[in-house]
Write a protein that binds this ligand. Structure first.
Ligand SMILES: Cc1ncc(COP(=O)(O)O)c(C=O)c1O
Length: 452
């Protein structure tokens, strides 16, 4: 059966359902499907979705009150007594965030990039080391490793879950490997049980990049609390946001004191401490924006999980759309992103870019960031050729590194992946139905993609 025939048959089967959605949705901006409905919006048809999704970041009265009160207090810098010590908004945030995540201690930072650099430094990653990381992530996960003078060794991903494949860790471990940095991509948990088992067996430190994963959990345990240290981001697009912000959590106070010293220009909060450091502190205004969100985040996560489950059921009906899978035991995802693979063979062989153009025109928001094949990017080669790296590593070691640095599964994923952003999951089922309908419409009419 050809792809074209397949899609036409699909159209006949689903057209009546689409018309029913039209009647209900046309007046509201939800699910607008009319006589031009089956013409792709990118070709002049009526978009499935005209209503905007839930706006993000949140800018509500509660956050405004909190920010203005801190602004007027004229106390804009954090108290410098140590993590969670003393008073002020940052310290209050550290206490409440630690409690929310289920960690004993928290240190707030100016970003997750800073948190990761701080955490890797605290576990002892230094010049000449290697750190294992997934290639399906944001550049910051990798830069934090480079900033320590260490090599990011890429562990290929699992095609179903999009996460670091635990089976591929052990063969990459050598005498230089110091740590593993699992990234909970999309805010969905990595297979932490298996990653921790390998790390324990091999004596590796684990620093979790939980930038996208506040409140995600496996068997009730929250991401960020499996490894020695867990790092979070509060950058504008994240599920708890203040423009730029981050945090490190841990149950190990000594480690967190090391983080504190490093993030406070090498000035320790405890006698006899002190050492190398930079300035990575969160300020009181950022904490003031974050604090009210610690009350709203748990409800929002539930909404996102409910909507993600509904969308998964709807997408399962569409040929060629394969959602990112959860590992067994995942009790909650943060759903910073909702990922799926686009299989062009079910879309008349149209390349992903054409599908995305059609999807945008139907009114659905998406991104392909994080599918960037970081192991292949020019920044990495430029870093290897920098004076610092050439002083640390022999020519032979860098050449061996380049030869090992391939991730064929991630290459495949990078060409197929699509993410939907978290804020579209803060609405209701009709928002999910619109997304599913927009994708289904494109699939039914995939022969039109060739005209884009
Ligand atoms: C997986 C991941 N790691 C690290 C970061 C860096 O966070 P920040 O922007 O707060 O420095 C991000 C931010 O997008 C991220 O998505």
């Amino acid at each position: 059966m050809s792809v074209k025939n397949f899609s036409r048959r699909g159209f006949l089967k689903k057209a009546s359902a689409a018309t029913a959605v039209a009647a209900a949705g046309a007046a509201s901006g939800y699910g607008v499907v009319g006589s031009t409905a089956e013409k792709l919006a990118a070709l002049g048809g009526t978009p499935v979705r005209s209503k905007p999704f839930t706006p993000w970041p949140p800018a509500d009265a509660e956050i405004e009150r909190s920010l203005v009160a801190t602004f007027r207090s004229r106390r804009w810098g954090r108290m410098l007594r140590g993590p969670m010590e003393g008073q002020g908004r940052v310290v209050e945030f550290e206490r409440r965030f630690a409690e929310l995540i289920g960690a004993k201690y928290c240190l707030a930072t100016g970003s997750c990039t800073q948190a990761l650099h701080t955490a890797l430094h605290a576990v002892g990653v230094s010049a000449g080391d290697e750190v294992l990381v997934a290639p399906c992530t944001f550049i910051a996960s990798v830069q934090a490793i480079l900033m320590c003078g260490a090599l990011p060794v890429f562990v290929d991903v699992d095609l179903d879950t999009f996460q670091m494949d635990p089976q591929k860790i052990e063969p990459l471990v050598n005498e230089n490997t110091r740590a593993v940095e699992p990234v909970h991509i999309a805010g969905l948990p990595c297979d932490m049980k298996r990653i921790m088992a390998v790390a324990d067996r091999k004596g590796l430190k684990v620093v979790e990049d939980a930038a996208q994963a506040p409140l995600a959990e496996v068997d009730g345990q929250r991401c960020g609390t499996f490894g020695a240290l867990g790092c979070f981001s509060f950058q504008t697009s994240k599920v708890i946001a203040c423009g730029e912000g981050g945090a490190v959590v841990s149950d190990d106070l000594d480690l967190l004191q090391k983080c504190y010293t490093f993030h406070n220009m090498g000035l320790a909060a405890v006698p006899g401490g002190g050492g190398i450091g930079t300035k990575y502190r969160m300020n009181e205004l950022e904490a003031a924006v974050l604090l009210p969100q610690l009350s709203t985040a748990p409800g929002q996560i539930e909404t996102r999980n409910r909507n993600a489950r509904h969308l998964a059921r709807r997408l399962a009906e569409i040929p060629g759309i394969v959602p990112q899978k959860l590992y067994p035991g995942v009790t909650r995802g943060a759903y910073y992103l909702y990922g799926f693979r686009y299989l062009k063979e079910h879309f008349n062989d149209a390349p992903r870019d054409l599908f995305l153009r059609a999807l945008r025109a139907e009114g659905v928001r998406f991104t392909t960031m994080y599918f960037d094949q970081l192991n292949e990017q020019p920044f990495l080669e430029n870093a290897l050729n920098s004076p610092t790296f050439r002083k640390i590593f022999s020519r032979k070691r860098l050449q061996d590194y380049r030869e090992r640095n391939h991730c064929p599964v991630n290459d495949r994923l990078s060409a197929q992946g699509v993410w939907l952003p978290q804020y579209v999951f803060l609405g209701d089922r009709r928002d999910m139905d619109d997304i599913a309908e927009a994708i289904a419409k494109i699939q039914r009419n995939c022969d039109q993609l060739a005209k884009l």
